[in-house]
Design a protein around this ligand. Structure first.
Ligand SMILES: Cc1cc2nc3c(=O)[nH]c(=O)nc-3n(C[C@H](O)[C@H](O)[C@H](O)COP(=O)(O)OP(=O)(O)OC[C@H]3O[C@@H](n4cnc5c(N)ncnc54)[C@H](O)[C@@H]3O)c2cc1C
Length: 399
């Protein structure tokens, strides 16, 4: 019998392996990964500075410990270069490995902006623990002054989290975004304004409605020129403009892709016995065949559980439920379920202030609650808003 083969040792790959082992302790299992194969919680990467956590402290288990725990062979530092889905063979830079069933859990890659200037190649991204280690080292050793000047491109979820975290750790942070408010693509405007105020109070300099048009080296520093004509020096530039599902293996193997690797209701790709999960996957989310990428932990856990059952012989549909995105900005903790894209043009936000808390509910054209944002958030309020999704707006009091 050939093994079940998982490509990728992130949260998705390891969760499939863990779920599989709950159901079957015997099947040979091989995990191939281009990284070092240890376990860490990726969401910790954007809130570890204020907690003074080194990369090594975030790594909770080594590849050897994971292999022992999962009863698996982990081939770390091993890049997969191709998959033959007919012969059922995976090719690495040095080997060819046969599989019975294959799971692609290869994640997503940072989007690279094209920016002019001889310093543009200095822009960093933090998408794994090795990136974090490098970033942390640079931030810890500023070339000017006691603390680093860090410029972040992109005031989305990850950019805002890093900004809050780094400012909380005492660094001088500049946050740049083409939108007029932070978190504009996900949050209600009222919440984005609240976040703007909280980040500003934390000391973050927000430069909005503009972009970085040039980055030039200027001695030890980097000189950033914005599209609005202003310019400033910084030590480090972090790009947080988004991630793109990694389609390289899937495309070369001839699998069906859109933004992500397309999978059916049970997580199977267009090839038999090949599954995809996590940031690389584009899930089928309803009976009509609508598909969505869902680059968060909760959906990958649900998908991994279902795929493990399917791998062990019980074809199981992935039942993805709405779950709130928690924005890890301690100066203004937000929870949100973004409204579906197609509802945005016809529905409307309804804002409410209660006991120092802002609650924004999005009602679709049919008057049903289709999304929400709340800050400051806690488990009770996000739970009650989640339970109300799909309910009609309360009737207005008669005058
Ligand atoms: C800074 C940050 C903060 C986040 N915060 C949150 C949060 O608060 N809440 C939340 O829900 N989500 C959060 N996310 C998103 C969440 O972390 C991801 O959705 C999740 O970790 C993705 O896991 P993955 O296993 O699909 O991908 P990855 O973790 O990217 O793993 C991909 C794996 O594939 C391997 N690989 C890739 N290509 C190859 C190849 N050719 N050969 C062999 N191996 C290969 C890589 O080495 C890696 O092991 C955050 C993401 C980031 C970057």
């Amino acid at each position: 019998m050939n093994p079940i083969l998982i490509i990728g040792a992130g949260m998705a790959g390891f969760t499939v392996a863990r779920e599989l082992r709950k159901l079957d302790k015997e099947r040979p299992l091989v995990i191939l990964t281009s990284d070092a194969g240890g376990f860490y919680s990726k969401p910790m990467l954007s809130n570890a500075f204020a907690q003074k956590k080194e990369a090594a402290q975030l790594l909770t288990q080594s590849a050897e410990q994971m292999a022992a725990q999962l009863g698996a062979t982990i081939l770390a530092a091993t890049r997969v270069t191709g998959v033959d889905t007919v012969a059922k063979i995976v090719t690495t830079e040095t080997d060819r490995i046969a599989y019975d069933q294959l799971v692609l859990a290869v994640g997503a890659q940072p989007i690279r902006l094209s920016i002019d200037g001889n310093g543009a190649d200095q822009v960093l991204s933090v998408n794994n623990i090795a990136d974090y280690a490098q970033f942390r080292e640079l931030v810890a050793a500023p070339k000017h002054g006691a603390s680093a000047r860090v410029t972040i491109l992109g005031a989305g979820l990850i950019g805002c989290e890093f900004a809050d975290d780094l400012a909380g750790a005492g660094h001088a942070v500049t946050l740049i975004d083409p939108a007029a408010l932070p978190l504009a693509a996900l949050a209600a405007p009222a919440l984005s304004r609240g976040l703007y105020a909280a980040l500003t109070a934390r000391g973050v300099a927000l430069k909005l409605a503009t972009t970085a048009s040039r980055i030039d080296r200027s001695g030890d520093a980097l000189h950033v020129t914005l599209a609005d004509g202003s310019a400033f020096d910084t030590d480090i530039i972090l790009s947080a403009v988004g991630l793109r599902p990694d389609l390289s293996i899937a495309t070369a193997a001839g699998l069906a892709t859109a933004r992500g690797i397309l999978v059916d209701a049970s997580g199977q790709t267009s090839a038999a016995d090949v599954y995809a999960v996590g940031d690389c996957a584009e899930y089928t989310i309803d009976a009509a065949g609508s598909t969505r990428i869902l680059p968060y932990i909760a959906p990958l856990m649900t998908a991994a559980r279902a795929i493990a059952r399917t791998l062990t012989g019980t074809r199981t549909a992935i039942d993805i439920k709405d779950s709130p995105v928690i924005v890890k900005t301690p100066s203004y903790p937000i929870a949100l379920v973004p409204p579906p894209q197609q509802a945005l043009a016809t529905g409307a936000w309804n804002d409410e202030q209660i006991d120092g808390r802002t609650i924004c509910r999005f009602y679709d054209a049919g008057g049903l609650l289709a999304g929400f944002c709340v800050a400051p958030q806690d488990a009770a309020i996000r739970g009650s808003l989640l339970a109300a999704l799909g309910s009609p707006a309360p009737a207005a009091n008669p005058a």
